[in-house]
Ligand binder design. Structure first.
Ligand code: NAP
Length: 291
């Protein structure tokens, strides 16, 4: 059996096209475009690439992007003051402070300073709590994108068994909450999990978010499983995921490639969250379910 490849680029392109249509309608009605502020401190090369890509995608969707690039030695108080200004700016609907931050800055404090209703990354503890308790808020973009891909392949996820490998606050934990909300039976595995093989062999859905190249192989999977590979690992052979694609594709029912799977969905979901934020803040109805 050879798995279907889940085309994240195509799904993200259609999501972005739908967002652009609703952005145009929003702007015509309210008299301004949704605004996304992106803050980058320092010159981390990977972060610079992400910030540039986010700026491009924002403009393509018809939104207003405001980029704030600060030097690596910016004092924490200065960054917090910028966040305060963006919180108070009525033309800004979404605020994203690119992580990682330099070591002299307390990232948790900065995240907590962002107005939860402009926190389009969904990292604020208030939004984590909303997700855990089933209240409307903002869901982190990467797990939200994974959920959209899973729904596209499987339709209803109700009753399915899922393993999320990884328990970070930005991917693993919110992914587990989303799957639970879809009525999956969810196991969260991590570095201290005793018998990962036993969990993987049992489940219909695997979401891998670890950061270890090719760590999950086809012989560990249940036949026909749906595999979402969040991992981005730079190797001599180029970018690879946490799942060994060649062997997994022989066993899985469907699998995301790296690159071209989860990655494009992350940015599309950031645009989605920004549009949703703008609509909520202005009291304009949009079709959230259609996004
Ligand atoms: P992270 O914060 O480093 O978390 C990694 C998780 O993997 C931890 O919970 C860790 O367990 C677990 N882990 C480590 N070794 C393991 C093992 N041998 N078996 C089982 N679990 C193990 O990473 P992250 O931020 O969640 O990111 C994960 C990966 O996704 C990275 O490759 C990152 O680049 C990628 N990513 C991609 C996107 C995208 O848009 N495609 C977005 C975000 C992240 P402990 O908690 O026990 O240490």
């Amino acid at each position: 059996m050879t798995a279907a490849t889940i085309d994240g680029r195509a799904r993200a392109a259609s999501l972005r096209a739908g967002i652009a249509v609703q952005v145009a309608a929003f702007a015509a009605r309210v008299g301004r475009a949704p605004g996304l502020a992106v803050v980058l401190v320092g010159e981390d090369p990977a972060s610079s690439v992400y910030v540039r890509a986010k700026g491009r995608a924002t403009a393509e969707a018809g939104m207003r992007g405001a980029e704030h690039r600060l030097p690596a030695d910016t004092p924490e108080a200065e960054l917090l003051a910028l966040v305060d200004r963006l919180n108070a700016d009525p033309a800004i609907d979404g605020i994203l402070v690119q992580l990682p931050l330099p070591p002299h800055i307390d990232a948790a404090q900065v995240t907590a300073r962002i107005d939860p209703d402009k926190d389009v990354d969904g990292f604020h503890p208030v939004n984590a709590g909303r997700l855990a308790t089933g209240l409307p808020g903002f869901v982190p973009c990467t797990p939200l994108g994974c959920l959209m891909l899973l729904r596209g392949v499987l339709g209803s996820l109700s009753g399915l068994e899922a393993v999320v490998v990884g328990r970070s606050n930005i991917v693993g934990k919110p992914m587990a909450q989303l799957l639970l909300a879809e009525s999956c039976t969810v196991t969260v595995a991590h570095s201290r999990t005793r018998d990962l093989d036993a969990h993987l062999a049992r489940v219909d859905i695997v979401v891998a978010a670890v950061g270890r190249a090719n760590m999950i192989r086809g012989n560990q999977l249940k036949s026909g499983a749906t595999v979402i590979d969040v991992g981005i690992n730079r190797t001599e052979a180029g970018l690879v995921g946490d799942v060994d694609f060649a062997s997994a594709a022989q066993v899985a029912g469907a699998i995301t490639p790296v690159p071209g799977g989860v990655g494009p969905m992350t940015i599309a979901c950031l645009l989605r969250n920004t549009l949703v934020s703008a609509a909520r803040r202005e009291g304009v109805p949009i079709d959230e379910a259609g996004l």
